[in-house]
Design a protein around this ligand. Structure first.
Ligand code: HEC
Length: 97
């Protein structure tokens, strides 16, 4: 009885760690972005651009330009700060989506 429970727990833990490994590819800093740009950077909302598959260097530049004010958008200018320090990580991941 006890050992069956233990086996179930081990299997459950293994499945849970597998699903968190799949999730692990998504940078934590991208979480707030997904509301507009989609879970994997493919936007389902026409007014928000898809970011998946764009060149990493381009994404990094756009984020830094929004942060500095060189590029302005009422929505995105307010969001770019959330990516601060994680621009490259987010961009590298988006480029592979
Ligand atoms: C509330 C919705 C919203 C959220 C949240 C949001 N964005 Fe955006 N994002 C936009 C809009 C709108 C644009 C288009 C801006 C424009 O027209 O210049 C945009 C544009 C961009 C672009 C430029 C795309 C291009 O093709 O030039 C990048 C890169 C980007 N967002 C990254 C992010 C990241 C990273 C986050 C999270 C830190 C984020 N966005 C969060 C709405 C959002």
């Amino acid at each position: 009885m006890f050992s069956t429970t233990k086996k179930v727990l081990v299997v459950t833990a293994a499945v849970m760690s597998m699903s968190s490994m799949v999730q692990a590819g998504v940078p934590a800093a991208y979480t707030p972005c997904s509301a507009c740009h989609g879970a994997t950077g493919k936007s389902a909302i026409p007014i928000y651009p898809s970011l998946a598959g764009q060149q990493a260097a381009y994404i990094v530049k756009q984020l830094k330009d929004f942060q500095s004010g060189a590029r302005k958008d009422p929505t995105m200018s307010a969001m770019a700060g959330l990516a601060k320090g994680h621009e490259q990580e987010i961009a590298d991941w988006l480029a592979t989506q």
